[in-house]
Structures are given as structure tokens and as C-alpha cells.
Design a protein around this ligand. Structure first.
Ligand SMILES: C[S@@+](CC[C@H](N)C(=O)[O-])C[C@H]1O[C@@H](n2cnc3c(N)ncnc32)[C@H](O)[C@@H]1O
Length: 292
């Protein structure tokens, strides 16, 4: 989304004062004199401290993420049987999400915290720590540069595990969403460590709901089940150099038999039987809350 289409929602990340565009300097300015540049159409709404910290992380541990985001994404496999990176369809209460994204029809603005380099909907404002592909505003999830009670809904997929201050990030989402608006969060539970740009923690669905406890919880549970979790963990275990402690012939059997079966099972959503046992090993969990 173009920044002009959400300029009325923006706030200074330090003072939360509203920001106004100053045509003379081509910057966004707060009444107390703080100024933020707009780089290539993307407002950079970071405090000096956050800018320094993010620059440092992206030059060190986050370098591979920045390189991946700068490259063209590899095509997703056409079928579950095709080789390559695979992520199965997620199962979510889509009606609750569709309502949140349709709150004001075509005028609905959904803040995607940690959004990009992909875009799910033209109604999303993708906020990320740097101006990667498809990022509309640069900011810190723990200091959202948005006015209180301003956005219609919030989407936050696979981000809270990467934020050391995840409770602060959720508090910020609660501050920024309008009363009656929904916050939709998804986090991994049974997944390998993945540094985007760092990786701090995992949550169960109950743990995530606890983080979101200032909202009325509408739904929570598993979004991706244990078949995918086991496929991903076993694949990583078998391919991880120096990680495998089982004989080669057993690895061969697992690769030829169990792994394809798990991948097909994940694609067929075989884990969605309503059995609460499945959540015990879920790959991804979700929680949806509404601000009262
Ligand atoms: C695993 S990726 C998920 C990206 C996207 N939400 C998706 O579903 O494809 C995690 C993202 O969170 C972003 N991120 C991590 N810490 C952040 C922070 N403090 N503020 C804003 N974005 C952050 C990273 O730059 C990265 O793009």
C-alpha cells in the first residue's frame, strides 16, 4: 500500500504524536520537531536507537535473511510430491479472518506486523524492520509508529518468535487496533530454530492466548499439524551435517517411506480431526482476539 494511503494513521515512534508530511523537506514531522525520511516511497519510522540496533543485526546474524529477501523467491513445489521447500496449507477459522479484513470494505486497512517480502492482501500495510521487498513502512514491532485505536485489524504471522520483547509487541498491537478490530497472530511451536533475523522463543496456543489476554479471545489452536512438524524436524535431522546418529541404511528407509508419507499427510490436512492430541505436536499455532 502507498504510504499516502495510510499517512493519517502514522505516529512518531518516540512520542506517539501524529506525523504530518512536510513538503519542503519531504519528511514526516511530529509537532515536537522529530523528522522521518521517506526512502523510495517507504517511511522509515525508527528511533535512532532502533535504527542502530537493526543495522547491526542485519549486518551480522541477519545477513542471510537480508540476502534471501533481496533475491527472487524460489518457486513453490507444484505438488506435495515435487522436491523443494514445502509448506502445507494452514487451517484457520477463515470466517473470523475474512470479517476482520472486510471491516470497512475496500477501505479496510490491516497492519501486517513483520509483513513482507510477500503480500497476502492489498488491504495490508506491511511493516518490517528494513525496507525489504513489499514493505510499506519501516518500524519496530515493539514501538509501532501508528496512532492508538487506528488500524482496522492486525495480522502477525511468524514474527513474535523473532522479537525478544514479544509481550511488548503484542501490547503495541492492542494499543494500535481499533475497538472491535481483531488481532490475528500465528507462531511456530514445533519448528527448528530459524533466524529471521534472530529466533528467541516458541509458544503453545495457550501461551499465545496469554500474551493476547487483553483482547477477547475468539479462537485459538493449531494451524499446521504434527505431520508437517515431524516431516520438517526429521528432514532437518537427516540432512543436518554432524547431527545424525543413526545408521545410513535406516536413514535411507526413513527418507523413502516415512518422509513422503508425512508430507502427503500434511498436504491432505490429515491432522485436522479435532483431536486435541494433535496440538501437542503442532507445527504452527494461532490465536485471534478482538479489542473490546
Ligand atoms: C519468519 S519472517 C515472517 C515474514 C512474514 N510475516 C511472512 O509471513 O512471510 C519474520 C519477519 O519478522 C521481521 N521482524 C523481526 N523482528 C522485527 C521487529 N522487531 N520489528 C519488525 N519486524 C521484525 C523480520 O524482518 C522478518 O521479515
Amino acid at each position: 500500500m502507498r504510504w499516502e494511503d495510510f499517512a493519517d494513521l502514522l505516529a512518531c515512534p518516540e512520542t506517539l504524536e501524529p506525523l504530518e508530511f512536510d513538503a519542503e523537506s519531504a519528511r514526516l514531522r511530529s509537532p515536537s520537531g522529530r523528522a522521518y525520511e521517506i526512502r523510495g516511497g517507504v517511511p522509515i519510522l525508527l528511533t535512532d536507537a532502533d535504527r542502530r540496533e537493526f543495522d547491526q543485526i542485519l549486518a551480522a546474524q541477519g545477513r542471510s535473511m537480508a540476502q534471501e529477501y533481496a533475491a527472487e523467491p524460489p518457486p513453490a513445489p507444484a505438488t506435495p510430491e515435487a522436491p523443494g521447500e514445502y509448506f502445507p496449507p494452514m487451517v484457520l477459522p477463515q470466517g473470523l479472518i475474512d470479517e476482520a479484513y472486510a471491516r470497512k470494505g475496500d477501505k479496510t486497512r490491516v497492519l501486517s506486523v513483520g509483513g513482507g517480502p510477500t503480500r497476502n492482501s492489498p488491504r495490508e500495510i506491511n511493516l518490517n524492520m528494513a525496507p525489504f521487498r513489499e514493505v510499506d513502512a519501516v518500524g519496530n514491532a515493539t514501538r509501532l509508529p501508528f496512532r492508538s485505536n487506528s488500524v482496522d485489524a492486525i495480522w502477525c504471522n511468524a514474527v513474535l518468535e523473532h522479537v525478544a520483547g514479544a509481550p511488548e509487541a503484542v501490547k503495541e498491537m492492542v494499543r494500535v487496533v481499533e475497538p472491535g478490530g481483531r488481532v490475528i497472530c500465528l507462531v511456530p511451536f514445533m519448528q527448528p530454530v530459524h533466524a529471521y533475523p534472530l529466533d528467541f522463543q516458541r509458544y503453545t496456543a495457550d501461551g499465545l492466548a496469554y500474551l493476547m489476554r487483553d483482547l477477547r479471545i475468539l479462537a485459538k489452536g493449531q494451524a499446521v499439524g504434527p505431520s508437517y512438524a515431524m516431516w520438517e524436524l526429521l528432514t532437518r535431522y537427516l540432512n543436518g551435517p554432524g547431527m545424525v546418529c543413526v545408521p545410513r541404511w535406516i536413514r535411507g528407509i526413513v527418507r523413502r517411506t516415512l518422509l513422503p508419507a508425512l508430507r502427503r499427510s500434511a498436504a491432505a490436512k490429515s491432522d485436522w480431526t479435532g483431536n486435541p492430541e494433535h496440538e501437542v505436536l503442532a507445527s504452527v499455532v494461532y490465536c485471534i482476539g478482538e479489542k473490546e
